[in-house]
Design a protein around this ligand. Structure first.
Ligand code: UDP
Ligand code: MG
Length: 320
């Protein structure tokens, strides 16, 4: 039987919400139906984190929380902080022995809950969805495919391919994640970093029912940058390599110039070669500084020590 589940285990569901007014009622309906099937012995809570939505989500969340007292918690952040901080805020409020994170836009299928719970009861501390299919266009799919493979190749931890945020985590894993103060978080990486026993479960990703992706290209780009710069030093290595190769190239050019001048007596002329070499290495230098800057900016964020999110209120109550 359950390795980590005590007899009276409780389940928490955590979902970040940004302008999801159109999907929220159906989402809560689907999740509640699943929870009624599962019937966790210690009960279940659904934590919906309103990440500074500017549609009607806040009011809908408050209404849902009043309609399902004790089951739904509406957590309102003080502004839009982004998906990762919203998830972190939800985790910080959660009290379950097992915690499931899923998007509120119905792209993550609640039917997978039962597989997650079974994997957890079989002794896994993390059961994460592996996207068995995606609904995005071919270009986006190709980009995701390439990115995940590149990331798992350069990352200094074992990052599972195509793993999704949609996952069940044991309380101990969540507590470990909450103890990590770093900003610019990439949950899938941090989750893998914690270790423990993890298992990937294929889950088809559904189509977004309403509206466009809230994360957008910019959000995806930011996540990708966090993933690379928080879990890899390969970008720095590339610049050390480029530096070494430039020195070798420079030596060859010096020998060539000397040979031309001393042996053939005809000095290498043309300002074009000088111009090309200078601008090329100028560019390489700036790129290198930019790469270092990405790491430095992250250190700067961590040194400032600002909280990753601010909770304004939970249901109707102000949060200290
Ligand atoms: N989200 C959020 N804050 C944001 C952007 C998105 O809380 O600034 C939520 C959004 O409501 C959804 C989840 O994060 O529940 C995933 O967002 P989205 O569907 O846009 O991501 P995608 O599926 O396109 O990767
Ligand atoms: Mg989505």
């Amino acid at each position: 039987m359950a390795q980590q589940a005590n007899e009276n285990w409780k389940l928490s569901i955590v979902s970040p919400v940004y302008n999801e007014a159109d999907t929220l009622p159906q989402f809560v309906d689907e999740v509640t139906t699943m929870l009624d099937q599962i019937q966790p012995p210690g009960g279940a809570e659904i934590i919906l984190v309103n990440d500074g939505s500017h549609d009607n989500s806040a009011a809908i969340l408050d209404r849902l929380a009043t309609e399902h007292p004790g089951r739904i918690k509406a957590v309102h952040l003080s502004r839009n902080f982004g998906m990762e901080p919203a998830i972190q805020a939800g985790l910080s409020i959660s009290s379950g022995d097992a915690i499931i994170i899923l998007d509120a836009d119905l792209q993550d299928d609640p039917a997978a809950f039962t597989d997650f719970i079974k994997a957890w009861q079989d002794g896994n501390q993390v059961a994460y969805a592996v996207r068995s299919s995606r609904e995005e266009g071919p270009l986006q799919r190709a980009l995701f495919w390439t990115f995940y493979r590149l990331l798992s190749w350069i990352a200094h931890i074992d990052l599972p391919l195509d793993a999704s945020n949609f996952a069940l985590m044991d309380r101990r894993v969540v507590d470990t994640l909450l103890k990590m103060p770093e900003s610019n978080r990439f949950l899938r990486g941090l989750r893998a970093w914690t270790g423990f026993k993890q298992i990937g479960i294929p889950v088809a990703r559904r189509k977004r029912e309403h509206g466009q992706t809230r994360l957008g290209l910019r959000g995806q780009w930011r996540l990708a940058m966090n993933a690379i710069f928080s879990f890899s030093y390969v970008p720095l290595f590339c610049f050390r390599l480029a530096g070494a190769l430039s020195i070798v190239l420079c030596m060859l050019l010096i020998f060539w110039a000397l040979y031309a001048k001393l042996i053939t007596g005809i000095a290498v002329d043309s300002w074009a070669s000088l111009f090309i070499v200078t601008t090329f290495f100028g560019g390489v230098n700036l790129l290198g500084i930019g790469i270092i800057g990405e790491y430095v900016a992250r250190i700067h964020d961590d040194v400032k020590g600002r909280p990753n999110f601010i909770i304004d209120r939970v249901n109707g109550d102000y949060h200290e």
